[in-house]
Design a protein around this ligand. Sequence first.
Ligand code: NAP
Length: 179
Amino acid sequence: MPSEIGMIWAEAAGGVIGASGTMPWHVPEDQAHFKAVTSGSPVIMGRKTWESLPERFRPLPGRTNIVITRDAATQGELESSGAVPASSLEVAVELAQERAEGADRVWIMGGGAVYAEAVQKGLAQLAEVTRFDLEVSGDTHAPVLDSERWELVTADPQQDWHRSESGVGYRFETYRRTR
Ligand SMILES: NC(=O)c1ccc[n+]([C@@H]2O[C@H](COP(=O)([O-])OP(=O)(O)OC[C@H]3O[C@@H](n4cnc5c(N)ncnc54)[C@H](OP(=O)(O)O)[C@@H]3O)[C@@H](O)[C@H]2O)c1
């Protein structure tokens, strides 16, 4: 049976997820959440998100890292760096399913271009969103989850806010696609 396809991201006010090729915050609790959710599952990312990872942390350990690029030379470089290159999102999803090895889920982990395509094509069934109570400027945004297609399924979402050791308020939300 194919694994479920999830998307995972963290967003600040106004849907900001990135600025100048990086994430404009440091929230260790969200990093721990990301690791806990994705460990053991293949992860799919765009080339720019791959490049945003510090070299010493990539490929992300314990996960097959599938990286999408249209550029043939970059595909070769990715392979040498321990990632699995893919020429399109659909190919990436196929490769992830082949390598899921019984994992319940494969995860699309960004960035903006890849989330947008996944939502537009209806490829994902699930979205794990970390919402920050933070105003920050950025140039990359989360996809809009249409409330006619996506349902918030987290229990008691209004109450469940936490305070990071970094001072940022945050909460975890799970959305499921209904149609
Ligand atoms: N807050 C979060 O949770 C989160 C998560 C992830 C990333 N981010 C942030 O998001 C930003 C990066 O996002 P982004 O939208 O600029 O870039 P991206 O989605 O990471 O990567 C875009 C690149 O991926 C490749 N690509 C995308 N769609 C493709 C397709 N259908 N077929 C083949 N290749 C495809 C292309 O690479 P080539 O140009 O090589 O062809 C494209 O230039 C960074 O600021 C990062 O820190 C935030």
